[in-house]
Write a protein that binds this ligand. Structure first.
Ligand SMILES: [Zn+2]
Length: 405
């Protein structure tokens, strides 16, 4: 298992490790909890299997997963995605949302996810049916996957009466307030909307999770407004910034100053390299060589927690994707230079994702951790990322069977 996921409670200092930081251990569990760790004298250079904690997906859209075929966006533009998404929302039903989300959860469980935070389109005719379908599934799936919901609306919606009623309902079911903040926008009005949204969330005790600066222009324009608002108020609920892609286009100095202010305000970040890589900087007959992408390493250096999410799965925003966290790690290797044999390369998929989602288990392995594990048929990280490996999933100490059905 990766030595970087073991805490000081496990005496692994004497362990021999592979060049990729894997060390051979025997673990035991009882009553669903890990209880002992023992270094073993195995052949360190050729492990047979790789053990990980079950992983967490910090940013998904279960309500629209698998809508690509009916609502394609063949040009692959941001605008095209928005138009197709709106069309889909007009006709969606309770049954459709339930079916798509159930298909998503089955895949997620099989591939090794233990928790998912999903945004839900929450303005328009299908808002109630989408929430009802997903809350229904949440009850049914509670022992398998921890689900969190974010109401996705334009940020100014939270200032309206309908928005405040929605917020009260979201708070009742333990959800978060979401929003989209993408330039161009009026800075003054945007700050007003943000201020009201933050006050509302703080009053109700709801976390906030924004789609912010998913853009190739106006670098970090939304983030700058958010920071200006936060400089003048103090709120206690956690704030997550999803995307933050255009921030990556700033000069190193400007980026560092903003990253320091983000750390000061304890903002969390979820980077979404797949959807950004597909939608942003798209121009006909021109391959973009400069890509807007969250400056993950620079934010980590400033002390900001950064997780990586899969975002869209086979919907108008991204035609591929499948809820496989190992596939996401494999894509992130070249796209974001995240290497899982480095502590900060693995954290966005493990401990940082758990922290952003405020999960009760931080995803490290020590006596007392849940026996919630993923056993990969791969002897190295390279093998695990070369092709999605066959794997076994252990939930609360029990091996899940028949996951292909
Ligand atoms: Zn999203």
């Amino acid at each position: 298992m990766p030595r970087g996921l073991l805490t000081r409670e496990v005496d692994a200092l004497a362990a021999r490790v592979t060049a990729e930081g894997l060390c051979p251990l025997r673990i035991c569990w009882q009553d669903g909890r890990l209880c002992s760790f023992e270094l073993i004298d195995a052949d360190v250079l050729s492990p047979k299997r790789l053990l990980l904690p079950r992983l967490a997906e910090p940013h998904a859209h279960l309500d629209k997963a698998f809508t690509w075929l009916e609502f394609p966006n063949l040009q692959g533009t941001y605008r095209g995605a928005l138009v197709a998404n709106r069309k889909e929302h007009q006709s969606r039903t309770f049954d459709q949302v339930r079916q798509r989300a159930e298909r998503s959860l089955k895949l997620a469980l099989k591939y090794g996810l233990r928790a998912i935070r999903s945004h839900i389109d929450s303005v328009g005719p299908a808002t109630d049916s989408s929430w009802e379908a997903l809350l229904d599934l949440q009850r049914q799936w509670q022992e398998w996957i921890d689900l969190q919901w974010v109401a996705l609306v334009p940020i100014e919606y939270w200032s309206s009466q309908e928005g405040q009623q929605l917020a009260a309902r979201v708070a009742d079911v333990g959800g978060l307030l979401g929003g989209v903040l993408v330039p161009p926008f009026d800075p003054g009005k945007t700050r007003d909307s943000l201020r009201q949204m933050l006050q509302l969330a703080d009053r109700l005790g709801c976390g906030i999770d924004l789609h912010i600066d998913e853009s190739q222009s106006h670098p970090a324009a939304g983030l700058k407004q958010l920071l200006l608002v936060l400089d003048c108020m103090s709120i206690t609920v956690p704030i997550t910034c999803g995307h933050l892609s255009s921030m990556g286009l700033l000069s190193p100095g400007a980026m560092r100053r903003l990253a320091d202010r983000m750390a000061h305000h304890r903002l969390n970040v979820v980077s979404l390299p797949l959807t950004n890589g597909w939608l942003l900087a798209k121009q006909p007959r021109r391959t973009p060589v400069e890509r807007p992408l969250t400056p993950i390493h620079q934010l980590q250096l400033a002390g900001v927690t950064v997780a990586v999410g899969g975002d869209n799965v086979q919907d108008p925003w991204f035609p591929a994707g499948n809820f496989d966290p190992l596939a996401l790690m494999a894509f992130s290797l070249p796209l974001a230079h995240l290497a899982p044999w480095q502590r900060l390369g693995l954290a966005p998929f493990t401990t940082a994702a758990a922290k952003v989602m405020n999960l009760s288990w931080d995803g490290t392995l020590q006596p007392g951790s849940p026996a919630s594990l993923l056993l990969l048929e791969a002897g190295s990280w390279a093998e695990a990322l070369a092709a999605p490996p066959h794997r076994q999933v252990i939930v609360d100490g029990n091996l899940l069977q028949d996951l292909d059905q």
